[in-house]
Design a protein around this ligand. Structure first.
Ligand code: TXA
Ligand code: MG
Length: 344
């Protein structure tokens, strides 16, 4: 199959992409978070193609992307006031809500759950495609399952060229990590995955938030969890990733003394000079965590190279978007963290 590369601002891009979706094909779509691998979310055969293209486990449900917040009423029932408040505050934007699913949502989209995840992305051409297709678009991150997410059209082509119908090229994604997921089906709202909308922002609207244990710890692969996707090793290059925490100086001391040929260092731009002999790769500025979220996946993809044995990684601390960066990096490291302060 020849994969079409459609520029986001091309004259017929939205029509062509929407037509492919309506015909049951696969189109990779840009969003403000990461690129998604999209199909008609109400068509089981089309959705099945997503799972095959990604090599995605069947028990991992998909997010339905809508063009307009009001569209969730066709997909969900018993929508609480808190969902409307969140939509008003953060949509279009990097927030996904888990709500009770209506019968029109097929089991392959929800992985058999009684709930469905919905999101209105902050990307004009993608919302236009959804509106023209006339159906919600089911779209996981467009990476091959387990690999770092795709934040450029080139990343998508690297993983899927010749296997999907089209990629809409909207340039690099602004946020760079996937949406925040909040489950609104229980008595208390629960954060299932941190992302572009921070816990602080959610709390300001909801007044209450439980942080699911999958956010902060490694989950056994056989465990029953709220967000099935959170239990798999994720976002990871093939090699071992070790997070080294502590002050800039202590971390550099630890990493330099353990560094061996074939290793790499993933660090903040401010630290590059400390690692001149250690093949450093900077993914953003520690002083501006939004540059770290925007650069993380491209860096992890670059480090997904069979010639690399280990990656020593520096991870930001604190809340805001840094919280989402920590979550992704810890998952990439399978929660292997060395405290450089305790090592000296
Ligand atoms: O930013 C994003 O959310 C991107 C873009 C493309 O929108 N999409 C994305 O999809 O990250 P994916 O499939 O890579 O991650 C979706 C996560 C998975 O961990 C999945 O288990 C969880 O959402 N999820 C989906 N439906 C769910 C549901 N009904 N209940 C709980 N978790 C759900
Ligand atoms: Mg994903």
């Amino acid at each position: 199959m020849n994969t079409l590369l459609l520029p986001a601002h091309g004259q017929n891009t939205a029509e062509v992409a929407a037509q492919i979706i309506r015909n049951g094909g696969l189109v990779a779509i840009p969003t403000e978070t990461v690129y998604g691998l999209g199909a008609d979310g109400l068509n089981p055969e089309a959705v099945a193609k997503i799972f095959i293209a990604k090599g995605r486990p069947q028990d991992n449900p998909l997010i339905l992307h809508v063009a307009d917040p009001s569209q969730i009423e066709q997909l969900c029932h018993h929508i609480p006031d808190s969902a409307y408040a969140l939509a008003k505050a953060f949509w279009p934007g990097p927030l996904t809500m888990v709500l009770p699913a209506r019968a029109c949502v097929p089991a392959c989209t929800t992985a058999g759950l009684p709930t469905v995840a919905v999101r209105c992305p902050d990307n004009a051409v993608t919302r236009q495609i959804i509106a023209l297709a006339g159906v919600p678009i089911a779209a996981p991150s467009a990476n091959l399952s387990g690999k770092p997410s795709t934040t450029t059209a080139e990343h998508v082509l690297h993983d899927h060229d010749g296997k999907i119908d089209a990629v809409v090229d909207g340039g690099p994604c602004r946020v760079g990590v996937e949406s925040t997921i909040v489950d609104l089906t229980e008595e208390r709202p629960r954060l299932l995955r941190p992302g572009g909308i921070t816990p602080e922002q959610l709390l300001a609207v909801l007044g209450d938030l439980v942080i699911d244990k999958a956010v902060t710890a490694q989950i056994d692969k056989d465990a029953v969890v709220k967000a099935p996707g959170m239990k798999y090793r994720h976002y990871a290059p093939e090699c071992q990733v070790i997070i080294v925490s502590g002050s800039r100086e202590q971390a550099a001391k630890y990493i330099r003394s353990h560094f061996a040929p074939g290793d790499r260092v993933l660090c903040f731009a401010e630290e590059l000079a400390l690692y001149t002999d250690c093949a450093p790769l900077a993914y953003g500025l520690e002083a501006d965590a939004s540059t770290l979220s925007a650069g993380l996946f491209a860096a992890l993809r670059q480090l997904d190279d069979p010639s690399i044995s280990r990656v020593f990684a520096r991870c930001p601390v604190g809340g805001g978007i840094a919280y989402a960066v920590q979550n992704r990096l810890k998952k990439a490291a399978a929660f292997q963290i060395v405290d450089a302060e305790a090592e000296v």
